[in-house]
Structure formats: C-alpha cells, structure tokens
Design a protein around this ligand. Sequence first.
Ligand SMILES: Cc1ncc(C[n+]2csc(CCOP(=O)(O)OP(=O)(O)O)c2C)c(N)n1
Length: 314
Amino acid sequence: MKECDTLLLAGTNFPYLEFLPRPGKARTVQIDLDPARLGTRHPVEVGLVGDCGRVLAALQPLLERKTDRGFLERAQKRMRDWNQLMATRASRDTMPMKPQVAAAALDRCLADDAIIAADCGTVTTWAARHLRIREGTMFSASGSLATMANGLPYAIAAAVAFPGRQVVAAVGDGGLAMLMGEVATVAKYKLPIKILVFKNNSLGEIKWEQLVMEGNPTFGVDLQPIDFAAVARACGIHGYTLERPGDADEVMREAFAEPEAALIEALVDPNEPPMPGQITSTQALNFAKALARGDQERFAIIKDVLADKVREVI
Ligand SMILES: Cc1ncc(C[n+]2csc(CCOP(=O)(O)OP(=O)(O)O)c2C)c(N)n1
C-alpha cells in the first residue's frame, strides 16, 4: 500500500494509519454507506456514498487494464513469499508450541461459511494471518475500539443469529478470563460454539508493546495460569488441552467433531513475537534497548527470534 499512487478505501474504518501511504503521497478514493465516515482516517480526494458492491461494480467499467503488469507482479510475488513464510512459521514442531501452529490447525477445521470472532491481542495477529477467509466466511475482530474479550460474546451472538452455521471464537487467555462466565451461557443455551484459547499465561500484546514501542523490560503482564479445559467441563461443555504440535490436527478435529460446544486450550509459547511484516528501525532499537535493560525473558526471546531468522534464511 505504501507504494501505490491511488488508494481505494472500500467500506472500512481502518484505524491503523501507519500502514497507509503518507497523506499526499497517493490520491485517495473512499466508499462508504455512511457519509460521516468519509475522510475521518485519511485525507480523501473523492468520497463516494453508497453500497460498496454496487459502487465498485459501477466503477469497474471505468478502469483501463495496464499493459505494464510490474506493480501487480511485484505485489503478487511479495504475497507468495509472505504466504510461504507464514506456512513455515505454522509448521514448526518445537515446544512450547507456537501459536501459529494452533491457528493453522484451526484453519484446517473451518467450514467455508464459518463465522469467526477473534479477541484483541496477539491472538488477532495469529487469527488474521493463519485463518483463510473463504467466500462465505465472516470474520470479526474489535476493529475500532480494539477491546479485549469481544471474541466469545460475538460468537454467542453469531450462534444465536445464524443457527446451523459453524461458529468459532479465537480468544486470548487474558480476554477469556475477563468474561469466563459466558462459557456457562454457551452451555445454558446449547450453542455449539468452538472456542480456541491461546494460552500463553500473559497479556501478550502488552508485553510486546512494552518491549518494542517503549524499549522497557516487561512489567505486570504475567497472568495467573488457569486450567481452561477444566473450566469448560465445569460449565458443562467439552474441554480439550492441546500441548504438542504433533497433536494439533487430531485434537482440533476431535473437538470440531463434537456436535456440542467445545473449548480447546492451546498451550502456546509466550515468547513468540507477533513480528510485523516490515520492522522499522525504531522498533528494532527499542527492542534491543528493552533486552539490554534486562528483560527477564531476554534469552528465550533472542533464541527464538534468531532461530526463526536462521530457519527463514535456510
Ligand atoms: C478491555 C481492555 N482492556 C485492556 C486492553 C489493552 N490490551 C490490548 S491487548 C491486551 C492483552 C490481551 O491479552 P490476551 O487476551 O491474553 O491475548 P494475547 O495478547 O496474549 O494474545 C490488553 C491488556 C484492551 N484492548 N481492552
């Protein structure tokens, strides 16, 4: 997106401005049903009010196919490389299990028309990167407010609104702990939701923000470990624990084969960084500063980041 000359925002309230081209660098067209949304995030040259599907269909005949396919082909190659990197990261068999391994195993159990709700946290990253959105899939996260603990209530609402469709909540252990009573709601109303908990015993997103955005050793982000599979059973739904990467597919399939609700707690590595696609020099510098200031997990973090890099190079 940073290299485009024209940016088309279609039905989005995308709040992460650092990923958009700098204002003035690209001409921007925005389509939204709500005129109040136009230009709120990014300066817009042309604002179009209407249903995105219909507006895009009306715009399409105005496009001219370029003979120079260079920009498209470079983007496609980068996408292929990125997908390859994601596949590599999701197929590691080291212990503790990498969160990407659990997310990819979940992906292989998804129906095309699944409704997926992801919590806010590093879990958003694993879900967004490893769950393939098919035609008919619905995927939600807490986009504007980025609130924790949204995944399970979203899933409950989806299961009530769309009976018969596969509904999945991908949640963090911090998020689930905040609204754990809702597991009993799932049991009470017999909603056949599948809940995947990424259990890293930490407020993962905040841990990485402290390291990378602030350059500080982590503080106050460890969670009281909870046996979520036991909580699930105590509330009246099936509970599974997934610990070993080699068991990921089998445990996930078993849980998805249950006609009733099931919760799978995946014990995942708390030191797996949600690495951005492009790392800025400030991020790298802050990370180094935090480690130099004596983060208690620094050796585990460095070992993993280095091992990951070496594997990518090989
Ligand atoms: C209600 C609320 N409180 C605090 C935050 C700030 N916050 C964002 S992500 C996060 C940690 C989430 O931890 P967890 O659910 O365990 O997921 P992880 O990041 O470890 O995957 C926090 C505290 C928030 N977004 N919403």
